[in-house]
Ligand binder design. Sequence first.
Ligand code: CP
Length: 334
Amino acid sequence: CTKGESLSSVESHATGRSIVGKSVITLDDLSVPQIQELLHKAQYIDSHRKEVAHTCDGRVLATLFYEPSTRTRLSFETAMLRLGGKVIGFAGAQLSSVTKGESISDTLKTVSNYVDVVAIRHPKEGAALVAADAAGVPVINAGDGGHMHPTQTLADLATLQSRFGRVNNLTIGLCGDLTFGRTVHSLIETLCRFGNVRFILISPKELKTPQYVINRIKATPSCSYEEVTDLSSVIGDLDALYMTRVQKERFFNEDDYLRLRDTYILDEAKLRKAKPTMAVLHPLPRVNEIAVEVDNDPRAAYFEQVKNGMLMRMALESSVLGDQLAGYEEKEIT
Ligand code: CP
């Protein structure tokens, strides 16, 4: 599949169909009420760790990671272990039969015989959709190239929810590599579905937001956007600032990467111009774009995002498997 188009396993936004058995390639595969239900479930899980510890007894998750990861893979795995299930998989395809030329489809047709749910990360846009089409079990996209990273978006939404009590009616700045940053694309597209968000898109002109994401904002009357190159001039307007890393691995040219990588560095001096309630988010890993001194600022929310990522993946894994969380009252999703 080519970059520049939104890839979804459904024709249009998901409606009230059950999440059980579904693959999640983009968050368009879930309805807004289903996403809200996952946010509720994650909150419940956080305060009922012991009660939910046998939710997925007997289940097996496969993590097929063709690209490096720390947070996403380990949190998918920890999520399943904390729910009572087990985990198999690979972190890097070099020890799998991919090195012999096996296709994604054949890999998924094989692994589907072993497990109940798959999380896949792949450097190519559209790979997770190909995997879902071949698999006989739900497939969750753990990041496909520069396209989407839906479970990171679930972590981002949970963090906005915990900081502001809502995910919309906010002015959100997204800063850095808005071309290759798949977390940015997923987050904008999902927030447009909640509506009432003002986006301030802060990037060098070489790393602007792709047109298909801009089109999504334009198609949402309650949302608006501005594209700027200077962080300092807009930071005072923001309720949340979503910093991103310049994605070295997706650059074709090392010189361009070196020239652009340190365009934005958030430090305490810049934060002095921000609202005292502004939340600083970052999907991590960071390189230089947030100075370590910011970690002690109460506005830093990026390690909360890490925790929320695990909780949201627990909510998602149990939901696509149809496994009930002990003591949790399921809502009727319409
Ligand atoms: N946020 C994120 O995707 O981190 P990893 O690359 O470490 O999984």
